[in-house]
Write a protein that binds this ligand. Structure first.
Ligand code: HEC
Ligand code: HEC
Length: 357
């Protein structure tokens, strides 16, 4: 399927999963498959094989993740890393989801035991081992690989990106035993190797667990907070007529190093007796470097693809508007993307002001 088509499908699914979260108690049904399809499948794949989200059906994952880990991960999400926090689900719904996900474990495997006692190790030795064996994938400070999950900008069978280990959601959800099992077994089907197989001793692994445990969770701005005051669109009134505004807008787009894609004009007389003659012009443009950079982080940036400026003329007055990229931050839960949205917001405002100056 071409990239654009895949994006549109994904976005449709995602809008359902974001907006759907406000749906009434119709989902309070004891049906894990439905809950999963509604809230998780768009990212983790309908069979748990992964997508934008990491795979959940892997035997090695299910062997390491106890129910408490799954419960907390669903409730807390991974702030800053796309995985949403599902606070709106009832406890019964979360339990139903967990049972459903557990159903993917190969038959005969017992579920991961919760080990209460914490693991003892040498944090300094753990740090040295971390720099040598883990930092290349998980980042020097546990900040994770660039982007999250499996990105659309590369073939779907290519490796899963390494999650952030200094993430407050992960550190709150994972017991020492979960981290240890992950290091011992690895996650077959992803780039995460088994360090026991790579020749580390159990004590080395314990040192690593203690080191990961000591990561300071990064503090992130609340994306919902930061967009509370943001209007959904950015709009500027133009002192010029329609043709002149379109011309100035195109120049401003060029000056911002964006490529023009097309200009479309709609002339409509709305009703017989109203004299009102509304005119709209839509100008689509794109900054391909920027777009590719953003798509690598999260394909949902396709929501503002391409960059669309709408010019409206009403009673002889022209205005130019575009969607406000900052409003999109709320659905991303990804600090990297929020920065991109801020940057994009600035570019849009500059273009609108230049065109209507
Ligand atoms: C918008 C996309 C998205 C949705 C929707 C989503 N997830 Fe995730 N999920 C992710 C991503 C991305 C990660 C990996 C986080 C990282 O890279 O740091 C993740 C991680 C996880 C993990 C941790 C996996 C591991 O290897 O430790 C679990 C468990 C999980 N998700 C379960 C769920 C469940 C259950 C649902 C539905 C209730 C859900 N997710 C909905 C994107 C999503
Ligand atoms: C070649 C790259 C690579 C290396 C090296 C690597 N990891 Fe991973 N790691 C990954 C990937 C990819 C995942 C996600 C697997 C998945 O989808 O479940 C992962 C998952 C994890 C998880 C589970 C995180 C979660 O969200 O559940 C932990 C903990 C972890 N790694 C720790 C380590 C430590 C500690 C080291 C060094 C001893 C290490 N990793 C080395 C790629 C790597």
């Amino acid at each position: 399927m071409p990239l654009i088509q895949r994006l549109h499908r994904f976005i449709a699914a995602c809008v359902v999963c974001t907006l759907g979260s406000a749906a009434p108690a119709a989902w309070a049904t004891d049906d894990g498959a439905k809950l999963y399809a509604h809230h998780c499948a768009a990212c983790h794949g309908s069979r748990g094989t992964g997508g934008v989200g990491v795979p959940l059906a892997l035997p090695d994952f299910l062997a390491a993740a106890d129910d408490n880990f799954l419960r907390k991960t669903i409730r807390l999400g991974r702030p800053g890393r796309v995985m949403p926090a599902f606070r709106q689900l009832s406890d019964a719904e979360v339990d139903t989801l967990i049972r459903y996900i557990r159903g993917w474990a190969p038959t005969g495997t017992s579920k991961a035991a919760i080990e209460k006692s914490s693991i003892k190790g040498n944090v300094e030795r753990g740090g040295k081992l971390y720099a040598r064996y883990c930092a290349a994938c998980h980042g020097a400070h546990g900040e994770g690989g660039h982007g999250t999950g499996v990105t659309f900008s590369r073939p779907r069978d290519l490796p899963v990106l390494a999650p952030a280990l200094n993430n407050p959601g992960l550190l709150a959800a994972a017991s020492d035993a979960t981290i240890k099992t992950t290091l011992m077994r690895g996650r077959r089907g992803t780039p995460m190797p088994s360090f026991l197989k790579l020749g580390l001793k159990e004590q080395d692994i314990d040192d690593l667990v203690v080191y990961v445990r000591a990561f300071k969770p990064e503090t992130l701005p609340d994306p919902v907070q930061s967009m509370a005051d943001e209007p959904p669109v950015i709009e500027r009134a133009s002192p010029y007529d329609m043709d002149k505004t379109v011309e100035r807008l195109k120049e401003a787009i060029g000056a911002a190093n964006m490529r023009l894609i097309r200009t479309e004009s709609f002339d409509r007389t709305f009703s017989e007796d109203s004299r009102e003659n509304k005119r709209h012009v839509v100008v689509d443009s794109c900054d391909f470097d920027f777009l590719n950079q953003a798509l690598k982080i999260d394909p949902r940036v396709g929501l503002f693809l391409p960059c669309r400026f709408t010019l409206s003329e009403r009673d002889g007055k022209v205005s130019v508007s575009t969607i406000n990229p900052k409003r999109l931050s709320a659905i991303f839960n990804n600090s990297e993307l929020n920065q991109l949205c801020d940057k994009m917001h600035k570019v849009y405002v500059d273009i609108l002001e230049e065109a209507t100056f």
